[in-house]
Design a protein around this ligand. Structure first.
Ligand SMILES: [Fe+2]
Ligand SMILES: [Fe+2]
Length: 369
């Protein structure tokens, strides 16, 4: 059995992370204890891959999976929910607590209705756990990233379990800890750009969190780093301003098309002048990147860009510098620069500088007086 690394992020509120380097799952365990009574809750228990670690953690924290009382699901995605039938079978008294939209889909696992408590059937968004007196609150995260997505606020620890909202891919390099640093933001941004439908949905969810009284001290998402301290307000503020999903596609689509056109001409030029260098570059570009393959390549054509067009361009320049023969790198960069200018791709100074070839002076324009 795999021994789970358990971190306590608040009083009797525990985290177990799966081991993936790029996108891991966070599984949380909370013991509500008072007057000799305990109610054990697990949040987004993950997948079959997490079975061993969940069993181990549940044994150490709850005395075994048979003592789980409540399984809370933020939404229905398999990374969140697919261990649920196994846990329900292993803890006969447990119930599944989730939204009606989520249950409609997870019922496909063969979960009987009598084991389910639907959030919509309560008369209030605030619940008191009868046995222990603890209060919890459901906070909807509509369309973030699922219509019935639900977060859960624990008043005792002031922890907001946020599901996929405020989640991130792993971009933190310097610190191996479980808490977010400035370096975590990039991963949160990438995750929301890809998975959240629109800024409106994100902003409304941020606003709903802002109405909590007290405000959460910790945001505990299902992927990425646990957010606390100054980063709680800071990252929520940045999220409320972030272009994601459909907004993002709308705002960058014209530039992306221009970049695709310029890359097509660049490749033709490179293929003709340095066919071997093009082969090297192509092989490298086809390799999966850290989170996603940046370029979609079909034969000798780049047909799509999967990330922000400027990030894609930075990646391309970095690959050219890394894999192409040093004697040709300058020439290749010149080809690229020429085609980008030719197609009027808007470039920040940081990229213009990257495209400068060795020995080339920084471009200076004289003003008229
Ligand atoms: Fe999800
Ligand atoms: Fe997820």
């Amino acid at each position: 059995m795999t021994s789970a690394k358990i971190s306590e992020i608040g009083k009797d509120f525990f985290l177990v992370r799966s081991k993936e380097k790029e996108l891991h799952r966070n599984i949380y365990f909370k013991r509500f204890s008072n007057n000799g009574q305990t109610v054990n809750m697990i949040f987004d228990p993950g997948t079959k891959l997490d079975g061993d670690t969940v069993m181990d953690a549940a044994k150490r924290l709850f005395g075994g999976i048979q003592n789980i009382d409540i399984i809370f699901l933020s939404h229905q995605d398999p990374d969140v929910s697919s261990l649920t039938p196994f846990l329900l079978a292993g803890s006969k008294k447990s119930i599944l607590l989730t939204s009606i939209d989520t249950f409609r889909l997870v019922s496909m696992y063969g979960i009987p209705e009598k084991r389910v408590v639907l959030i919509e059937n309560f008369n209030s968004e605030v619940l008191t756990i009868k046995k222990t007196g603890h209060r919890i609150r459901f906070v909807p995260a509509y369309y973030c990233h699922f219509r019935g997505a639900m977060m859960l606020f624990d008043y005792e620890t002031k922890i907001l379990f946020s599901g996929d909202f405020a989640a991130g891919v792993n971009t933190k390099k310097s610190d191996e800890g479980i808490f977010a640093t400035e370096e975590s933001w990039e991963g949160i941004k990438i995750f929301h750009t890809i998975y959240m439908p629109s800024n409106l949905a994100v902003r409304e969810t941020v606003d709903r969190i802002g109405l909590l009284n007290p405000l959460p001290e910790i945001i505990a998402p299902q992927h990425g780093d646990v957010i606390r301290g100054e980063f709680t307000i800071e990252f929520l503020t940045r999220l409320s301003e972030l272009e994601v999903g459909i907004d993002y596609i709308k705002s960058t689509e014209p530039q992306k098309d221009l970049l695709l056109d310029s890359l097509s001409d660049f490749i033709n030029r490179l293929k003709t002048a340095y066919p071997e260098e093009w082969e090297k570059l192509k092989t490298e570009l086809k390799k999966p990147g850290q989170f996603t393959t940046v370029f979609k390549l079909e034969r000798d054509t780049i047909t799509d860009i999967k990330v922000d067009y400027l990030d894609a361009l930075r990646h391309l320049i970095e690959v050219v510098e890394r894999v192409n023969d040093p004697s040709t790198v300058n020439q290749i960069k010149t080809f690229l620069n020429f085609e980008l200018e030719n197609h009027n791709v808007m470039l920040p100074v940081s990229i213009q500088n990257k495209l400068k070839t060795e020995g080339e002076e920084e471009k200076v324009e004289n003003i008229m007086f």
